[in-house]
Design a protein around this ligand. Structure first.
Ligand SMILES: Cc1cc2nc3c(=O)[nH]c(=O)nc-3n(C[C@H](O)[C@H](O)[C@H](O)COP(=O)(O)OP(=O)(O)OC[C@H]3O[C@@H](n4cnc5c(N)ncnc54)[C@H](O)[C@@H]3O)c2cc1C
Length: 409
């Protein structure tokens, strides 16, 4: 591959892009450049990740001192809809269910690891264009000036509105398939929150400071949900995601905060987008590959993409080091694609439901899966998928009209 300036150029130096680079280097790959347009990382995520997911990523990417980028451990979670709620909690004696990650610390950790492995990471370098040249690419990027480099493989890890993907003919999601998010970083006390299930924090034996809350109401969070992720010290990431075209998420968020929080201090606010689209069947075109949000490797159901993007990054890095992108495409179609499709179907199902249907679904979750959910900390990803299927099947059997609707999607 020596006729090129670089064997691989990765556009996007966030979770997916850095995972590709680390995995590539761990598998013996050399001569890789990561282009990242931001000069430094920002807190543009809620940071929630399940324990099994972080364990797996750490193992694959050989990450050490994981604790250095964890902001908080999560022992319980609650899902609240119009008239019902589910709370699942774990004992402090056991492992946590998941974590809230410090995004900036995490990206810095990955960047340091990549650099130690010999990866060249350029920050403040914005990808502009790529043209196919011989059996590779000529890439244009800008920092303080315009630069050109050639590479054999080009990787698009540049997020939901991927410029590289669009350039290579992949459709960028929009409308119902793109959720626009607003998140505030707030400080408040237990007594300040007045949800429909008022007092649940107090009644709950666990501490709200280690509980994740998901809130859904068709009017207050249309085709989306609101989250409260505690990051420790009674500071919370409170955010909302609604599809493009449904108004400004900040307005929904402000309304919700005014309605349910009596007093709070705002520490920070951010915005962002999440792809909630039908997954791509192919994520490779010739010597070009998409990964992470750019490749729609994000759950259309809950908007979580850290785990999917990083595991995909690992497989892509390995395939690149073996000079065989087909391995990545095959892994994707045989594994992640099926899961993403299921999440997309679940999202579309929820879009067809009214608040009563939602409450009914919650009832089924409690009846069918509460025992499994109680054992969440020791659960594997496959087991979670099994619960998911069990609940979906039971629900669809009760609502045959849904099946008809889904078959026409
Ligand atoms: C508000 C919010 C909350 C979220 N909360 C969670 C959560 O709790 N749990 C979870 O699992 N997921 C969450 N997600 C989703 C998660 O953040 C993404 O799935 C994940 O960050 C995807 O990583 P990525 O590397 O694919 O893309 P991104 O993190 O979007 O990174 C893309 C990178 O590409 C860079 N880039 C873009 N264009 C260019 C260019 N032209 N040149 C160079 N660089 C470029 C960007 O600067 C960025 O750093 C959330 C998303 C949002 C918006």
């Amino acid at each position: 591959m020596s006729n090129f300036d670089y064997d691989v150029v990765v556009v996007g130096g966030s979770l997916a892009g850095l995972s590709v680079a680390i995995s590539y280097a761990l598998h013996g790959g050399e001569n890789i450049l990561v282009l990242e347009k931001k000069k430094k990382p920002i807190h543009d995520c809620a940071g929630g990740i399940a324990k099994f997911a972080l364990d797996e990523i750490s193992k694959l990417l050989e990450l050490k001192r994981v604790v250095s980028f964890i902001d908080n451990e999560i022992y319980s979670f609650g899902i609240i809809t119009k008239r019902s709620c589910i709370f699942v909690e774990n004992d402090y004696e056991e492992d946590p269910l998941g974590y809230v990650i410090g995004r900036v610390k995490f990206i810095e950790h990955l960047t340091r690891k990549a650099k130690r492995l010999g990866v060249e990471v350029k920050r403040g370098a914005s990808f502009e264009n790529a043209v196919r040249k011989r059996d590779g690419f000529r890439v244009t990027y800008r920092n303080h000036r315009t630069n050109f480099v050639t590479c054999k493989y080009l990787v698009g890890a540049d997020g939901a509105l991927s410029k590289t993907g669009a350039l290579m003919g992949f459709e960028v999601p929009s409308g119902d398939d793109l959720h626009i998010c607003a998140q505030k970083w707030l400080q408040f006390g237990v007594e300040d929150i007045k949800l429909p299930y008022e007092g649940y924090f107090v009644e709950n034996p666990q501490d709200p400071d280690d509980m994740i809350i998901i809130y859904h109401d068709r009017e207050e969070t249309p085709k989306g949900y609101l989250w409260i992720f505690p990051q420790g010290g009674y500071e919370f990431r409170v955010g909302i995601g609604v599809p493009q075209g449904y108004g400004t998420p900040y307005e929904y968020l402000e309304r919700w905060i005014r309605k349910y929080l009596e007093s709070y201090t705002t520490l920070d606010k951010i915005g962002g987008v999440v792809p909630t689209a039908k997954p791509f069947k192919e994520v490779v075109k010739g010597n070009f590959a998409l990964v992470g949000d750019a490749g729609r490797q994000c759950s259309a159901l809950h908007g979580g993409g850290m785990y999917f993007g990083m595991v995909s990054g690992y497989h892509l890095g390995r395939a690149l080091a073996n000079d065989n992108l087909k391995n990545y495409q095959n892994w994707y179609r045989g594994n992640l694609y099926k899961i993403l499709k299921l999440h997309y179907l679940a999202k579309r199902t929820i879009y067809c439901m009214n608040d009563r249907d939602m409450d009914h679904l919650m009832g089924i979750v409690v009846r069918v899966a509460s025992k499994d959910l109680m054992a969440l900390s020791s659960i594997t990803f496959e087991e979670i998928q099994k619960i998911f299927r069990k609940v979906a099947l039971r629900y669809i059997l009760r609502k045959p009209w849904l099946l008809v609707k889904l078959l026409t999607l």
